[in-house]
Design a protein around this ligand. Structure first.
Ligand code: DAU
Length: 339
């Protein structure tokens, strides 16, 4: 494949995907990104110099910009999204625009040019599990948050584009990612950076919600495998089968950093907070031979080291727009810690 359009390529997972495409394949890459609060050109540092990446600033909802970006591309991989559940609770509207209207514009562009479309979705579309069992690709869609509902909507739209227009498209659904350059609103980078500054770690509810963790490199390799070998119209779960409670994550991070447990503050729970996510990725493994490679403890230690070594990267973010969001979301909750 000669050239690939990666939307949202300046974000955490998207930029990692672009880096891996350039390092491990012959493909050229066009990055389309609006550079909203979570997009960061620093994440693509050094890549333009290879002569294999071009950057287009713009929205996936803008058909003209999309047409320019996908010109000459053999596939479109869509990472462009509003991704933070807490933000979708404060204001759902932008989630519908970016996460539903955006994919619609991209799917139309892919259909008109006869190129493959890869939609990077999420395990949150399945809703919440109890203590046992795993989500398979045929589990019902049962989203809990406006974010998850917007992602589920795009997945349904994709299925309609495949049936109605014969679009060549695949969907990937992954669990919680971790790794370098993740925006510090998410659990792991928020807790690591707060702990580095000896600030409280706001643990929602009883801290026993379970997430299915995967290193961003493993996630990106799986998307590449699906882009190359996924069957059109199919959904593929991506998982490293690494389930941990949020409390266990906090314990491991504090251990890595040599910081005390009393930094942890139990705060009011997130509304509609899903209890547990866990995925069965056997369909992906059988189809592509993909297997996760990064051991969780090693990956976590490397991630913690990255945040320790790149203080300027996250301090710039935490002192900008994010500051207002953080104060609004956590201000009152942290004044009256629950335990
Ligand atoms: O499962 C995949 C999803 O993972 C992605 O689709 C989303 O884009 C991504 O944001 C992530 O969603 P979560 O809501 O699971 O991630 P988050 O890092 O916000 O929270 C992880 C868990 O930690 C969740 O149970 C809520 C809890 N949490 C989170 C924050 C930010 C806390 O206890 N305290 C916090 O301050």
């Amino acid at each position: 494949m000669v050239r690939i359009c990666v939307t949202g390529g300046a974000g955490f997972i998207g930029s990692n995907f672009v880096r891996r495409l350039i390092e491990t394949t012959e493909s050229d890459v066009v990055v389309l990104d609006l550079l909203t609060y979570a997009g960061n050109l620093e994440n693509l540092e050094g890549l333009e110099e290879t002569g294999r990446m071009t950057f287009v600033k713009g929205s996936v909802c803008d058909a003209d910009v999309v047409a320019r970006a996908v010109e000459g591309c053999g596939a479109i991989v869509n990472f462009a999204a509003e991704t933070h559940v807490d933000r979708s609770i404060s204001d759902p509207s932008v989630f519908l625009e970016t996460n539903v209207e955006g994919p619609q514009v991209l799917m139309k562009a892919a259909k008109d040019r006869g190129v493959r479309f890869v939609q990077v979705s999420t395990d949150e579309v399945y809703g919440s599990l109890t203590d046992t069992g795993l989500f398979t690709e045929s589990s019902p869609l049962d989203p809990s948050s406006p974010y998850a509902a917007s992602k589920a909507s795009a997945d349904l739209l994709l299925s309609a584009f495949v049936r109605t227009f014969g679009l060549d498209a695949v969907v990937t659904r992954c669990g919680n990612n971790y790794g370098p350059r993740q925006f510090p609103e998410k659990l792991i980078p928020l807790f690591v950076t707060n702990a580095l500054e000896d600030k409280p770690l706001p643990l929602y509810g009883d801290g026993l919600n379970v997430r299915d963790w995967i290193h961003v490199d493993d996630h990106c390799d799986a998307i590449m495998a699906v882009m190359e070998a996924g069957e059109t119209g199919q959904v593929y779960n991506i998982s490293a089968s690494q389930e941990l409670t949020n409390k266990e994550i906090a314990e491991r991070l504090l251990d890595c950093l040599g910081k005390p447990w009393d930094l942890v503050h139990h705060v009011e729970d997130r509304p509609g907070h899903d209890r547990r996510y866990a995925l069965d990725a056997s369909k992906l493994c059988a189809r592509t031979g993909w297997r996760p490679k990064v051991d969780f403890d090693r990956g976590l230690a490397q991630t913690v080291a990255w945040y320790r070594d790149n203080v300027a990267w996250w301090q710039r973010i935490k002192s900008g727009e994010y500051r207002r969001f953080y104060d609004k979301l956590y201000g009152d909750r942290l004044k009256t810690p629950k335990g």
